[in-house]
Design a protein around this ligand. Structure first.
Ligand SMILES: [Zn+2]
Length: 119
């Protein structure tokens, strides 16, 4: 199971967690696979088996959800930054290449834009 091995794709992970949260039979199945995987893992490495599988799975699901939220926020911030850079680049290009009277007009708006951004 990719989720248990930690190899699940982020886009699929979101839908997976949403389904697991709303489907008791799939949650039970996941819990069973999770318990088997972690017990075998513990046996392999000579550690004591984890007797709090339910809690561990809950914790792991919550951590994955937090990671997803962080990732989505980061992606959104990246997109906003890209748009701001594009606007700045366009404005700069317009300032450089536009004829004189448009340049005066644009620099007025550029002033408003940066004043609004600072305040
Ligand atoms: Zn299901």
């Amino acid at each position: 199971m990719p989720f248990i091995k930690g190899t699940i794709e982020p886009d699929i992970l979101q839908a997976f967690i949403a389904h697991i949260r709303s489907c008791p039979s799939c949650y039970d199945e996941l819990e069973t696979f999770y318990a088997i995987h972690h017990t075998l893992d513990a046996l392999d490495s000579g550690r004591d088996a984890d007797y709090h599988i339910r809690d561990s799975l809950q914790k792991e699901l919550e951590e994955k959800e937090k990671e997803l939220v962080r990732e989505i926020r980061l992606r959104r911030a990246g997109r906003i930054l890209l748009v701001l850079i594009l606007i700045s680049a366009l404005l700069l290009a317009a300032l450089i290449f536009a004829p004189g009277y448009i340049r005066v007009f644009l620099s007025f708006f550029a002033g408003l834009f940066s004043a609004g951004g600072a305040g």
